[in-house]
Design a protein around this ligand. Structure first.
Ligand SMILES: Nc1nc2c(ncn2[C@@H]2O[C@H](COP(=O)(O)OP(=O)(O)O)[C@@H](O)[C@H]2O)c(=O)[nH]1
Ligand SMILES: [Mg+2]
Ligand SMILES: [Zn+2]
Length: 348
């Protein structure tokens, strides 16, 4: 009899699968990968929905809602993007970095602004107004929280009910405090889990799904090094909703919508309608995407003109086939490994 379930964690060749409808770590089933899947070079991610045969062999990976290669996780229902309204200072470019990354990976985001006990009422209202003005029109849900006054915690709990979530946000913004504040009873009961969530720097390279009473958390080594070194400049604008919308009316094909591109560019003409921090973020990420393009061009990775759908959007397809191997084999291999890692997410 076949069984369906979710991969909760992966340790070398072993996959720990929670059968659908079950919970509790004691019900995890230790599985191996079917030989045929190994041959097909299928790389399973934590969070993958799989089919398992009697012999505890995974025979099939079911279609993914979303996938991220680094860390290697799949099927997240929600990413809680945590920013503090102060301490550390609110950084919109950093926030946009997370949001654009998630957009690319097709992972839904909830914007969570923490530590709202630190601002007096007037300035808190000003901050809220600014945030709502930028992110509401972009379709994001927003929650203001405080782990001290417990503001917004019930709302947050309700929002994440039944979901598999992960958290991202700069260190010190209050991610661990938020989790603990939401689960005081749980905190007392299973200290080890909350201790693990509390650690400041992740040392593990493993990803693992952990069950809480009302939701599940994907514990990861973090999404720390987040650079746009996987996307081509021409595809970046498509991830900013407001730039994409204005860009479709742009007279120039392949326009990067920067000052130097052309004064007739529709995005440039409408800069007043884009929040300055969003456009600044776009320019900053564009530099990284340009570097990436230079790098793949230098390394002879073939960039095909055909596009393929990734996260329901069109992106240039970057072939992992090289045009030639002129340089030293070993060196080439290392680079190949690097590029392949970058390309992993294209191979879903
Ligand atoms: N005033 C205030 N301080 C907070 C709040 N949440 C966290 N902190 C403090 O901010 C610091 C970092 O919190 P922590 O949860 O470890 O952040 P993490 O690195 O994102 O997990 C700690 O000193 C917390 O006590 C909050 O809502 N209000
Ligand atoms: Mg923490
Ligand atoms: Zn343009």
């Amino acid at each position: 009899m076949n069984m369906k379930g979710t991969v909760y964690k992966i340790h070398s060749d072993f996959y720990y699968v929670m059968p659908d409808g079950e919970n509790g770590t004691q019900n995890l089933i230790e599985c191996k990968l079917r030989e045929i899947l190994k041959k097909q070079k299928i790389k399973i991610a934590t969070g993958d929905f799989v089919e398992v045969e009697d012999s505890n062999a995974i025979t099939k990976v079911l279609p993914r809602k979303n996938h991220c290669a680094k860390p290697n996780v799949a099927n997240l229902d929600l990413m809680l993007v945590v920013s503090a309204i102060m301490e550390p200072e609110l950084n919109f470019v950093q926030l946009n970095r997370y949001l654009i990354f998630l957009k690319y990976h097709n992972i839904p985001a909830l914007l969570c602004f923490s530590k709202d006990d630190l601002a007096d009422e007037t300035s808190l209202n000003e901050i809220k107004e600014r945030i709502n003005k930028i992110y509401k029109p972009l379709g994001y849900d927003i929650i203001f929280t405080s782990s001290i006054s417990c503001d917004g915690l019930l709302e947050l709990k309700e929002y994440i009910k039944g979901k598999t979530i992960a958290l991202m946000g700069q260190s010190g913004v209050g991610k661990s405090s938020l989790l603990n504040a939401m689960n005081p009873e749980f905190n007392l009961r299973t200290k080890s889990v909350s201790e693990r969530l509390k650690r400041g720097t992740h040392t593990t390279r493993h990803c693992e799904i952990m069950e809480f009473p009302d939701f599940k958390i994907m514990d990861t080594p973090g999404f720390s090094k987040l650079t746009f070194d996987f996307i081509l400049p021409k595809d970046l604008g498509g991830l900013f909703d407001e730039i994409r919308t204005l860009g479709t009316e742009c007279r120039y094909s392949d326009c990067l919508h920067t000052e130097e591109s052309n004064s007739e560019c529709n995005v440039i003409k409408n800069l007043d309608n884009i929040d300055i921090s969003r456009y600044e973020s776009y320019l900053e990420f564009l530099i990284e995407a340009k570097k990436y393009k230079e790098k793949v061009t230098y390394e002879g990775v073939k960039i095909e003109s055909t596009t393929k759908t990734h996260s329901n959007k069109e992106f240039a397809k970057i072939s992992s086939k090289k045009r030639g191997y002129s340089r030293k084999r070993t060196k080439q291999n290392t680079k190949e490994a690097l590029i392949e890692t970058i390309l992993e997410e294209e191979d879903v």
